[in-house]
Write a protein that binds this ligand. Structure first.
Ligand SMILES: NC(=O)c1ccc[n+]([C@@H]2O[C@H](COP(=O)([O-])OP(=O)(O)OC[C@H]3O[C@@H](n4cnc5c(N)ncnc54)[C@H](OP(=O)(O)O)[C@@H]3O)[C@@H](O)[C@H]2O)c1
Length: 345
């Protein structure tokens, strides 16, 4: 089975190294700068929040798309904004029937790839943990969490035991849609984290930021309830409890957080990476996906709308990251006023 990872950045290199550690030899299609960095470092190193580390040498890497032609399974690990361009490459190079496991965060990018790749078998997947590049070819997984995918026996057979070699769990799930929304509920914090300019753990230890997250999560839960979707538990607490838990005092939260999801002090959201590097973010596929789904149901989403607006303002250099909770609350109040004014008309 020929496995190719298209768009090996943070997630692609981590998964590529994990598969190598598990005895497989995927080809990583990456940008020349990524290949040069890994060669310069003498190979890939991955580590996790439990302080385990694996070194796997230099993987099979290329900046060319030719290896897609022999692929049986492609792991697509580009960001949502690069999915359209990647989909065109996949359709151009891959043989009919090639399985593409799409590992983008948020909702909506799979629709693009399904439209542009009619001869390929598209399977949706979710990486349920954060990874950060520490430099020198070293990728660090900052929290616990599993990888989920829509049922596909080829993927299960090809990847499960390789990932298990580094204690990573791949789960084939029938209720994928509900899991995607449950993961989105957690990812609503990416925008708040990026705006705060703080590590995830530090940001979440501030009640002010958590209250905003609680309100953003509540908007999502109103939408999923209206769509009759029961969200599964992805942390140690049920999805429906999370908004309430976010509002508890800081000292209670610190006690509870260890039981929810282990996060180490280095972890940040990938949206923070994007803002930090001056790139456009995936916010429209995250908080924006809640806004879109809610608008179809005539549900108001001032919190997620304000978070999208603030992120776009930072992307366009009209605002700096490093916002306090009070700054974000101010933008939410403005959004609520707009909604009231519209309704009053
Ligand atoms: N990082 C995390 O902790 C994490 C956790 C869970 C899920 N995710 C999700 O996983 C996805 C990938 O995230 P990431 O953090 O791994 O992003 P990333 O580090 O930016 O990796 C994507 C890589 O793909 C490259 N790329 C784009 N188009 C390409 C092409 N046609 N050929 C070769 N390379 C190409 C990008 O290069 P350019 O930048 O030059 O375009 C970049 O190096 C996102 O949807 C993200 O939300 C991330």
């Amino acid at each position: 089975m020929k496995i190719v990872i298209l768009g090996a950045g943070v997630i692609g290199c981590y998964l590529g190294a994990a598969l190598n550690a598990g005895g497989l030899a995927p080809t990583l299609i990456a940008r020349p700068r990524v290949i040069a960095d890994i060669k310069q470092a003498g190979g890939l190193t991955i580590s996790d929040y439990q302080e385990r580390q694996w070194q796997v040498g230099i993987p099979d890497m290329s900046a060319s798309n030719e290896s897609l032609a022999d692929a049986d399974l492609v792991l697509l690990t580009v960001k949502c904004l690069a999915v359209e361009e990647s989909a065109k490459l996949l359709q151009q190079y891959c043989k009919a029937g090639t399985i593409v496991l799409c590992l983008q965060n948020g909702l909506g990018s799979d629709a693009i790839i399904k439209r542009l790749c009619p001869t390929l078998k598209i399977v949706r997947g979710i990486v349920g943990f954060n990874v950060a590049l520490l430099g020198d070819g070293h990728f660090h997984r900052g929290m616990e969490g599993d990888i989920y995918h829509e049922p596909n026996p080829t993927i299960t057979t090809a990847l499960t035991s390789a990932f298990a070699a580094i204690d990573m769990t791949l789960l084939s799930v029938k209720n994928y849609e509900a899991i995607a929304w449950a993961k989105l509920q957690l990812n609503l914090n990416n925008a708040i984290n990026a705006l705060s300019n703080l590590p995830l753990k530090t940001e979440l230890e501030h009640r002010g930021y958590r209250r905003i997250l609680s309100a953003a999560m509540t908007e999502l839960l109103v939408v999923t309830k209206a769509n009759h979707l029961a969200l599964p538990k992805l942390t140690h607490l049920p999805a429906s409890w999370l908004p309430k838990v976010m509002k508890v005092p800081d000292w209670v939260y610190r006690k509870l957080s260890a039981r929810m999801q282990e996060i180490d002090s280095q972890a940040r959201s990938s949206m923070w990476d994007d803002l930090h590097l001056g790139r456009l973010t995936e916010v429209e596929y995250l908080n924006g996906a809640v806004v879109k789904a809610a608008s179809k149901l005539a549900i108001d989403t001032p919190v997620n709308t304000a978070l999208c607006t603030l992120i776009h303002q930072v992307e366009q250099h009209r605002r700096h990251e490093g916002l306090s909770a009070a700054d974000i609350e101010k933008a939410i109040k403005k959004e609520k006023k707009k909604i009231e004014q519209k309704k009053g008309r």
